[in-house]
Write a protein that binds this ligand. Structure first.
Ligand SMILES: [Zn+2]
Length: 400
């Protein structure tokens, strides 16, 4: 009978900046921890461990320091990727920022016989904030197995069942913090989901994981579009994340840098700007008509208070200032298609105190209709910011 080989860990010794911090992965991954990991994955207690230096590489590990806080556990021809949490969990994003990196390495590898795991090492700090729980659930959705979630968090992490499940869960958790989101998910038609995601700095972790999860959950005929809301000059998601999205093959990636928006602004009188939509989400929350509370995402649009055409005619300001006004979250409200048209045509007006009225000279039955469908007669204070009032004042002077 052929002997089965014993499990073997191959682990990069150096973490990012190990030389400066003096913290090495060898110190964090004690034999006791590795035995626990090995037993949970293979059922074996006896194993071999090889810690390797930066210049080492093989089929599963790249040159350089330990990206993704990974250990690779080989057993019976299977490569088990195990990503470890930080020991001390500090800021909102820091504890899970190695997750997309670990997943990227795992996903892009051509080896078919592979699994991915996550192990909580944390001893200091909270590992279960709303933000972290979101990331864990996204991880579970894309195939991570949690080895000690029950012991460490006291609960079993559950995957999302559908894209709508993600949208509803985020809405339920949003509260007042939704302007902190890196990403917003919207639906433009029955089979088209749109993701508006910031890609710079720490935002890229949430945006990457949301995209991966949506890609996993999308039905065959569904099309996903990621609008990358880049800062200043083009700063897209990292190449390794873009490679994963390309391999997933159902997400269209559209970068939206400011120079592109400048061009779109100059050539059009209406602006279909992902940055504008993102900014409206950040200010107003999920799509909901300000005049009738309609929440059907396919019907609700961003409506400018000071129209793009009027911004173009403003005297003596730079093109950058114009684009800023055209994409400002304070220069807009969500309106359903019907109310957008009524607002643009001047049938409905917003007074400076936020009350909603209609124009004069309409026929009796039309006034009755407009009154009936416009259930909101007064906009809430959350919309009526000083900047919003400024845009509204300019609009009303133009119209009046
Ligand atoms: Zn409406």
């Amino acid at each position: 009978m052929k002997n089965k080989s014993s499990p073997k860990f191959v682990i990069k010794k150096n973490l990012q900046k190990s030389v400066q911090t003096g913290i090495y992965f060898t110190d964090q991954l004690t034999q006791e921890i590795l035995r626990d990991v090995c037993y949970k994955i293979t059922g074996q207690n006896v194993f071999e461990t090889v810690f390797v230096e930066n210049d080492y590489f093989d089929q599963h590990l790249q040159k350089g320091y330990n990206k993704g806080r990974l250990a690779i556990l080989y057993y019976n021809g299977t490569a088990n990727y195990v990503s470890f949490s930080e020991k001390e969990i500090g800021g909102r994003n820091s504890s899970v920022q190695s997750v997309p990196t670990a997943y990227n390495m795992f996903y892009i590898n051509e080896d078919m016989d592979k699994h991915i795991y996550y192990y909580f090492l944390n001893e200091v700090g909270n590992a279960d904030t709303d933000y972290q729980m979101l990331i864990y659930r996204l991880m579970k959705t894309v195939g991570f197995n949690f080895l000690n979630d029950l012991q460490s968090l006291g609960i079993s992490i559950l995957p999302f069942n559908s894209i709508e499940d993600i949208i509803h869960t985020r809405r339920a958790n949003a509260g007042r913090n939704q302007s902190n989101n890196s990403t917003y998910i919207s639906k433009s038609s029955i089979n088209n989901y749109e993701i508006y995601g910031k890609t710079y700095g720490a935002n890229k972790y949430e945006t990457s994981m949301i995209c991966y999860a949506l890609s996993h959950l999308a039905a065959k005929n569904q099309i996903l579009t990621l609008y990358e809301v880049c800062e200043r000059d083009l700063e897209e998601l990292p190449q390794s994340s873009l490679d994963v999205l390309q391999k997933m093959n159902n997400i269209l990636v559209v970068p939206t840098d400011l120079s592109l928006e400048k061009k779109v602004f100059e050539e059009n009188n209406s602006l279909r700007s992902p940055r504008y939509i993102f900014n409206l989400y950040a200010k107003l929350g999920n799509k909901r008509c300000a005049f009738c509370n309609c929440e059907i995402p396919e019907l609700v649009q961003g409506a400018h208070v000071l129209p793009v055409a009027a911004i173009k005619n403003l005297p003596a300001i730079s093109i950058e200032e114009r684009v800023k006004k055209a994409t400002d979250g304070d220069n807009g409200i969500w309106l359903c298609e019907n109310h957008h048209k009524m607002f643009d045509e001047g049938i409905l007006i917003i007074n400076l105190d936020g009350s909603v009225g209609h124009c004069g000279g309409m026929e009796e039955q039309n006034i009755a209709f407009v009154n009936e469908v416009t259930v909101v007669k007064q906009l809430p204070p959350s919309i009526l910011t000083p900047e919003f009032i400024k845009y509204l004042d300019m609009r009303n002077r133009l119209v009046g």
